[in-house]
Design a protein around this ligand. Structure first.
Ligand SMILES: NC(=O)c1ccc[n+]([C@@H]2O[C@H](COP(=O)([O-])OP(=O)(O)OC[C@H]3O[C@@H](n4cnc5c(N)ncnc54)[C@H](O)[C@@H]3O)[C@@H](O)[C@H]2O)c1
Length: 391
């Protein structure tokens, strides 16, 4: 059972999938120790390391990491990626694979993914197929990647069907990292909008907290929101450690998302709505300009899923406003512009990977802190969800 270990500086959460365990290290300043963490995770120093770096991550972080790896005797080669959802393509994965081969990476070497969820998903995918799989160390540098994307082994890229249709994460693998190192100091350079977007995934975790062994997460976040917004380092360490531990419990119980009872699929709460929003051109959130970030779409999806659940009588209608209030308290928008017609949105939901046998399956909230998978919600119930977030 993973629990965050209270330590002076670094908190550790162990994730065990099929008898293989890896450690998520969370702290302020822990990138300095990356070299020794990699050596320990790999049972000896790899000869070489390709660092896949998100260009948005300040140079000094990459240098700090590079020095730490070199102190352990590793040769470090850097591949850079300009992050953003549009970077999650097969073409970019192929570019990385070429970079690995040119760096003469062999099966005992290691890939370090330094960046947000985009770089983590892309580099993790490339590592999972290069020579049929090399080890990857995830070094998340956005809040979203720290609390969610870097843990659990899902990797992937989007599939472009042409004519503006992009299927999110349609190509991917399960490839658990050898270790994850989350240095909250990296968050200092993250812009406010990206930081708040990460809170969208934390709110999702809070809404399934009772199912995942941390029923108090939502209340704790409410109380700590001011320190979180000020990016107080010890509060951020606590926030990341609690979210990682919660996700780890879910992943351990259902690593390949096959449980009929919900399991890992519960982590998709808000995502079927969110993914549909992300595929729209021209969508925006008030006060933030055009475009929408993944975490913003998830936060809107949480409200829409709650409204759908309320229209089906699964939750009381008052819960819609309660969720809306939490979203706003996290500094996130509770309505979007440019959503288009219900029919188009519902069709887009139909492209989601949770569709099985042609039947849409949506994760909807139930009692406080719990959720469940609902197959075949009616058009009317889904439309009630979309109505709740239309500006
Ligand atoms: N694999 C999973 O389980 C999983 C879970 C959740 C989300 N995801 C994926 O994660 C992606 C979203 O990740 P994201 O929100 O981190 O976005 P992102 O990776 O695009 O990063 C957001 C922006 O922040 C910049 N950035 C990153 N670190 C920075 C830093 N320390 N300082 C300054 N700028 C920095 C990046 O350059 C980018 O412009 C989506 O593609 C989503 O599908 C995956």
């Amino acid at each position: 059972m993973p629990t965050p270990e209270p330590q002076d500086a670094i908190r550790r959460v162990t994730v065990t999938v099929e008898q293989r365990a890896y450690v998520v290290h969370i702290g302020a300043g822990c990138f300095q120790h990356l070299g020794s963490i990699v050596t320990r995770a790999c049972g000896g120093s790899p000869r070489a390391c390709v660092m896949v770096r998100d260009l948005g991550v300040p140079e000094e972080r990459a240098s700090e990491i590079g020095r730490s790896l070199e102190r352990e005797g590793m040769r470090v080669v850097e591949c850079v990626v300009r992050a953003g959802e549009e970077a999650k393509t097969l073409a970019n994965a192929e570019g990385l694979l070429r970079g690995f081969a040119q760096a003469r990476q062999d099966r005992d070497d290691v890939v370090v993914a330094l960046g947000g969820g985009v770089v983590g998903d892309l580099a993790g995918f490339a590592a999972s197929v290069y020579r049929r799989g090399v080890r990857v160390i995830q070094c998340p540098t956005t809040l979203l990647a720290m609390v969610d994307a870097s843990v659990g082994g899902k990797t992937g890229v989007n599939l472009d069907l042409g004519q503006g249709t992009i299927l999110k994460n349609m190509i991917g693998t399960f490839h658990q990292p050898a270790a994850v190192v989350a240095d909250v100091r990296a968050l200092a350079s993250l812009d406010d909008r990206e930081f708040r977007a990460g809170l969208g995934e934390c709110l999702k975790h809070a809404m399934i907290g009772a199912d995942a062994g941390d029923a108090g997460l939502g209340a704790w976040m409410n109380n700590a929101m001011e320190q979180i917004a000020q990016r107080d380092e010890s509060t951020l360490v606590e926030l990341v450690a609690r979210n990682v531990a919660l996700k780890a419990r879910i992943v351990e119980a259902d690593p390949y998302e096959t449980s009929a009872a919900g399991g890992r699929a519960l982590l998709n709460l808000g995502h079927t709505f969110g993914h549909a929003i992300e595929t729209l051109g021209g969508v925006g959130v008030i006060g933030c300009g055009p475009g929408i970030l993944h975490g913003e779409a998830v936060a809107l999806g949480l409200i829409a899923a709650t409204a759908t659940a309320a229209s089906m009588g699964r939750v009381p209608p008052a819960m819609i406003d309660a969720v809306r209030e939490r979203v706003r308290a996290a500094g996130l928008a509770d309505r979007a512009t440019g959503l288009g017609s219900d029919q188009d949105l519902i069709d887009r939901m139909g492209h989601d990977k949770k569709v099985r046998g042609g039947v849409l399956r949506v994760v909807l909230p139930g009692d406080e802190g719990r959720a469940g998978v609902v197959a075949g919600p009616t058009h009317e119930a889904l439309a009630a969800g979309w109505a709740a977030i239309r500006a």
